[in-house]
Design a protein around this ligand. Structure first.
Ligand code: HEM
Length: 372
């Protein structure tokens, strides 16, 4: 079908919208007045990124049978996205110190005597993970780029129960540092929570942009704790992880607990749920686990103290031959687990972010202890 809106027209319109709505206000806020990085041209870069965003939209535009009004809305949307990408590019001039300041603010909020086991760390790790783990490598949808858990329906997906606490905890930090995107803030919070709990240093790069509700992913992309290895492979292979990486990621369950009013499951995985250790794997093999007798969903409890828990999904790490090999290795070698976890967590929180959006090398941020 012939159309008045060629990709070129669309790109031009989008760029105009972007310039009017995003780039100019960003300059007024002062970002553009800072000295450009040597050897790089912001103008070119921003133009290139914006063009990439518009080109991405052009495919959709041509492929749909939309009405003129819908097409105009599409042009607007593409423009906003181009603007957001351009704004992200402007943030490349933020220095590591700026992110260290945000990190420190998050770190100051971790300790909480009146919450769970005394730390907000675990729920922040879960926010970083659930905002990234929606990624689908087949079509590039989902992942941490657009922070779509801010919007319905994703905020109301059953898997995300309880994560409002984490989002609200970080909101004042977003207000204090409005230049950081939600995706960057949430993933940085995950990194901060791991590091402050004596976990490994996780390299982190800024560059995620805020999206819109139409970027929300469908329900059902995150794993179901009641299921075992076949399900885990289906879910994590979709994100692009292999068996070793799946097992390394699960070690995050050294931290935190299940809540009956969130997932229905109950209890912590380890005796030290606010410290990042390889205890999750050690306990999986060292303890005797039996089905808990209770009215809740099927879960395991340790026979000795009956105070710990494992999900059927966790237990599959001891049952599946390939999973078991890696879980045993992590139980025996905490350094190996720390090294592999840092790599795979970094990969997780970058899912869905176009490489062009990352405008700096990864930063290794300092813990509060290291700065004192
Ligand atoms: C293997 C698949 C996974 C399943 C089935 C699963 C399932 C669950 C469930 C049911 C909860 C309890 C939620 C609640 O009731 O509050 C939970 C909590 C948690 N998960 Fe996972 N999870 C998986 C993978 C991961 C990964 C990959 C990470 C991070 C890398 C992670 C980090 C956490 C953390 C830190 C908590 C504790 C949250 C809190 O204390 O509030 N999980 N997970």
């Amino acid at each position: 079908m012939a159309s008045r809106f060629t990709p070129a027209l669309r790109a031009a319109a989008a760029a105009r919208v972007a310039a009017r709505r995003q780039v100019v206000p960003a300059m007024r806020r002062g970002f553009a007045s800072e000295a450009p990085k040597s050897g790089s041209s912001n103008g070119l870069l921003i133009g290139g990124l914006a063009a990439a965003a518009v080109a991405g939209g052009a495919y959709y535009f041509l492929a749909t049978d939309a009405t003129p009004k819908e097409r105009l809305m599409e042009v607007e949307t593409a423009g906003k996205e181009a603007g957001a990408v351009a704004e992200a590019a402007l943030h490349m001039k933020r220095k590591p110190e700026d992110y260290q300041k945000v990190y420190n603010r998050i770190a100051e909020k971790l300790e909480a005597d009146d919450y769970d086991d005394g730390s907000h760390g675990p729920v922040l790790i879960r926010l970083a993970w659930h905002s990234s783990g929606t990624y689908n490598k087949e079509d590039g949808s989902g992942g941490s780029n657009y922070a779509t858990m801010r919007f319905k329906p994703e905020s109301e997906h059953g898997a995300n129960n309880g994560l409002k606490i984490a989002r609200e905890l970080l909101e004042p930090i977003k207000q204090e540092f409005p230049w950081i995107s939600y995706g960057d803030l949430w993933t940085l919070a995950g990194v901060c929570a791991v590091q402050e709990a004596q976990g490994p240093k996780v390299p982190w790069r800024p560059g995620r942009i805020d999206g819109y509700d139409h970027n929300c992913t469908p329900d059902g992309r995150l794993p179901d704790g009641a299921k075992a290895q076949d399900h885990l492979r289906e879910i994590f292979y979709r994100m692009g992880f292999n068996d070793q990486e799946i097992v390394a990621l699960c070690g995050a369950h050294a931290m935190g607990r299940c809540h009956t009013d969130r997932s229905g499951f109950d209890g912590p995985w380890t005796f030290s749920p606010t410290t990042f250790t390889n205890d999750y794997y050690r306990l999986l093999f060292d303890e005797k686990w039996s089905w808990r007798k209770w009215n809740g969903p099927a879960q395991f409890t340790d026979s000795k103290t009956k105070s710990l828990m494992m999900l059927p999904a966790d237990m599959s790490l001891t049952k599946d031959k390939e999973f078991k090999k890696h879980a045993k290795a992590y139980a025996a070698d905490a350094d190996l687990f720390f090294k592999d976890f840092a790599n795979v967590f970094n990969k997780l929180i970058e899912l869905g972010v176009p490489t062009a959006q990352f405008q700096s090398d990864a930063y290794t941020l300092k813990t509060l202890d290291e700065q004192s």
